[in-house]
Design a binder for this molecule. Structure first.
Ligand code: ACO
Length: 362
């Protein structure tokens, strides 16, 4: 019997102490701590520490400006190349040759510097850089990030981005985390691991979805008819963005915390989003009573990021900033495991033959 699993679905490839979504209960815990207990009580830098070090220690160091210029105009692509360049620029050692402590330091440095890159790029080339001494007055990593981007950010926007970063920091063996672990298993440097994760995240099936939710909300805002909009999408056989999940058979716990964040911060589109969500859930349940199609993280991420005045084209890069925490934790866990990831494939090509039997042989 073949044990071939397309896309590795359901295959357990690693044992991890970091996190794994609790499908039935709809909970997400980072090293055993529910994200609902983290958001609003600690900051993203502490969550990076919890994921990577297993405790609330120093977490991330303060970020310096990104040291190398990289500008193609697309932040999503630039951040991947920029992070890879940190290895030769800083002379980072390869995981195979360095201690766990050194790897942890390198991961922290690469993580905060990736955030600096995104913030600097988001500010744009047209505006003068915010002086480092102003950034140094910030007390958290996310406040530094927002100051580097905006100069004087609205504190409610800082809270919104912090909540988003924390909720998107880690999510088990998703495609980008698996990618980062595969690269780590080869003994490459940490910049190579993180930049590979960024590449995997850039695809629309992973990190590229929430901007489409914003479009739906804008449509309902324009027409004032949530149910009519929902029905028109489903009648065309299309999917409602921000609903359904491959893993969860209950509400995505990240949707729950981000809905709360949006409500507490007074996001101006909260009411229209809530009306759209209500109409969508009712209609999805009426049409598919056999299947749980609940709200997923993308729906309320879009509302929270929109509230923080993050433009839709930046959403994937914001996801990158958050997920550096999970990637770092997994890269370190993989280094400690010290085992090359090398799966097999079932060969289904032509039987053994001679070169003369191949088409095109002269
Ligand atoms: N709207 C309408 N119908 C849906 C939706 C939706 N959002 N999601 C699933 N369904 C229906 C499908 O049409 C399908 O119907 P069928 O059995 O008649 O063909 C059935 O439910 C099962 O769908 P699958 O694609 O098999 O479900 P799966 O669990 O594999 O898909 C996915 C998960 C891809 C997220 C899906 O729910 C979807 O496309 N949602 C909309 C896009 C979205 O929100 N993406 C972000 C996901 S969260 C994240 O990636 C971090």
């Amino acid at each position: 019997m073949s044990d071939f699993k397309p896309g590795l679905e359901g295959v357990v490839a690693f044992e991890t102490e970091i996190a794994e979504p609790d499908k039935a209960g709809g909970a997400l815990r980072y090293r055993g701590v529910d994200i609902e207990d983290l958001i609003g009580t600690v900051s993203f830098g502490n969550v990076w520490g919890l994921l990577v070090d297993g405790k609330f220690g120093p977490g991330l160091p303060p970020a310096e400006p990104f040291p190398v210029p990289v500008h193609s105009g697309d932040i999503r692509v630039d951040v991947q190349s920029a992070v890879a360049m940190l290895a030769p620029y800083w002379g980072l050692g390869q995981l195979l040759d360095i201690s766990d402590a050194q790897a942890r330091e390198d991961l922290a440095r690469v993580s905060v510097t990736a955030l600096s890159f995104v913030a600097q790029s988001a500010r744009g080339l047209g505006l003068p850089a915010v002086p480092q001494k102003e950034i140094d007055t910030a007390s958290t990593i996310v406040e530094r990030f927002m100051k580097r981007w905006r100069g004087e950010p609205d504190p409610r926007h800082v809270k919104a981005v912090d909540a988003y970063f924390m909720s998107a920091a880690e999510h088990g063996m998703n495609a980008s985390t698996f990618t980062a672990r595969v690269v780590a298993s080869t003994g490459a440097d940490v910049a190579a691991c993180i930049s590979s994760g960024i590449g995997a995240l850039s695809g629309p099936l992973h990190g590229g979805a929430p901007s489409r939710v914003l479009y739906m909300i804008e449509e309902v805002e324009r027409t004032g008819d949530a149910l009519g909009y929902v029905r028109s999408v489903l009648d065309k056989g299309e999917r409602l963005m921000g609903f359904g999940h491959r893993v969860y058979r209950a509400e995505d716990p990240r949707a729950r915390v981000l809905r709360r964040t949006a409500r507490e911060l007074g996001a101006p589109r909260y009411e229209v989003a809530e009306a759209l969500e209500k109409a969508a859930l009712e209609e999805l349940h009426a049409r598919r009573p056999d299947r749980v199609l609940a709200t997923n993280v993308e729906f309320w991420s879009a509302v929270v990021l929109d509230f923080a005045e993050v433009p839709a084209h930046m959403f994937t890069s914001m996801f990158t900033c958050a997920r550096v925490a999970g990637w770092s934790a997994h890269v370190l866990e993989q280094k400690k495991l010290g085992r090359l990831v090398r799966p097999s494939a079932t060969y289904v090509g032509p039987a053994t033959r001679k070169p003369q039997d191949v088409e095109g042989w002269a």
